[in-house]
Structure formats: C-alpha cells, structure tokens
Design a protein around this ligand. Structure first.
Ligand code: KMT
Ligand code: NI
Length: 173
C-alpha cells in the first residue's frame, strides 16, 4: 500500500513538507513497529479499538482558532523529540499533520497524515508531531484507562528505560 510518507530534513520550518522524494510503503513503517491504516469508516476504528482493548477516546483540535495564544507553544512542544511508555494511536478526522519517527539509522522519517488515516506508534519509539502550513488538524486519540502520554524527551538516560529497551530490542537490532 503506498502511504503518504516522506523522509524529512532536520532544518528549517517544521511545518513545511521537507519532502525527500523517497516514498515509503506501509511495510517500511512496519519494520519500525509503526502501523498505518486508511479507515474511511469509523467502524474500522471501533474494530481495531476492541481488538487492542482501547475503551476510551477523545478528540483534539490543534489550530490557532481552537487554542488561541498557546497554539505556537503547543506546536513547538509537540515537535520536541520524545517517547511514551504506552502506544500512541491517532485517527485523523480533518486537516493534516506530520508525525516524524526515527529510522534504524536515526534519520527522521516524515509521515504525512490526513483525514481517515490512523497511525499506531509503539511504546518507546522516538517521535515528534507538527501541524503543516495550514495550521489545522483534528484527531481522535484512543486510550486504555489511564493514558501514559507524558512525553519523555530524548536523553541518554532513557537508554535504560524498560519501554525504550523493549522497542530497541524488537525493532532496531
Ligand atoms: C501528540 O501526541 O503529539 C499529539 O497528540 C498531537 C496532536 S494529535 C495529532
Ligand atoms: Ni508523542
């Protein structure tokens, strides 16, 4: 399946495409433990959620209209490289944005997402998020009971974090 995925440069405006011209397939993402689905019908999300034991969901709109003065700070904080100790599942309902994940060689891989795209980032993967130049995305966030979405910013100390170690041993060896 061709995915709307591109690699990215590490410099310049985070909201520009940084398109390397090298397309990725869903299989390339799978090797990094990242799952990508195109789900035009919300029933596909319901099915996936029940299979994986996700009973809760909410929606977030990231835009200057919705967030007001804190928008720019929020977007900067989402773009700080981090990991989580739980998976992160996002289902895009409107607008567009980019999730960047680290490749095996520690390069950034940019994943462009739009309405009806669903992405699952495994626990322990280093990543970041940004809106694009349109400054608007609406996303459904799926979670179990108490989501552990605290971003742990990239740091050498995290090499000994059990969730990081689990990710590295499963996907980066
Ligand atoms: C995240 O985890 O970075 C976010 O929730 C960003 C907004 S959802 C597209
Ligand atoms: Ni995150």
């Amino acid at each position: 399946i061709p995915t709307p995925s591109k690699a990215t440069a590490s410099i310049g405006d985070q909201r520009l495409p940084h398109d390397s011209g090298r397309d990725l397939a869903a299989a390339d993402l799978e090797k990094l433990g990242v799952l990508y689905y195109r789900l035009p019908d919300v029933s596909g999300v319901d099915e996936l959620a029940s299979q994986r034991g996700y009973r809760n969901r909410d929606e977030i709109t990231v835009s200057p209209e919705k967030m007001g003065a804190v928008y720019e700070d929020k977007v900067k904080s989402f773009f700080h490289e981090h990991l989580h100790e739980d998976e992160e599942i996002r289902y895009i309902r409107d607008g567009r944005g980019y999730f960047d994940v680290r490749s095996k060689g520690d390069d950034w891989v940019r994943i462009q997402l739009e309405k009806d795209d669903l992405i699952i980032l495994p626990a322990g993967i280093y990543h970041r998020f940004t809106t694009d130049a349109d400054n608007y995305i609406q996303a459904m966030r799926l979670f179990k009971d108490e989501p552990k979405w605290t971003p742990l910013n990239r740091a050498p100390e995290l090499d000994s974090n059990e969730h990081r170690q689990g990710y590295v041993s499963q996907f980066l060896k």
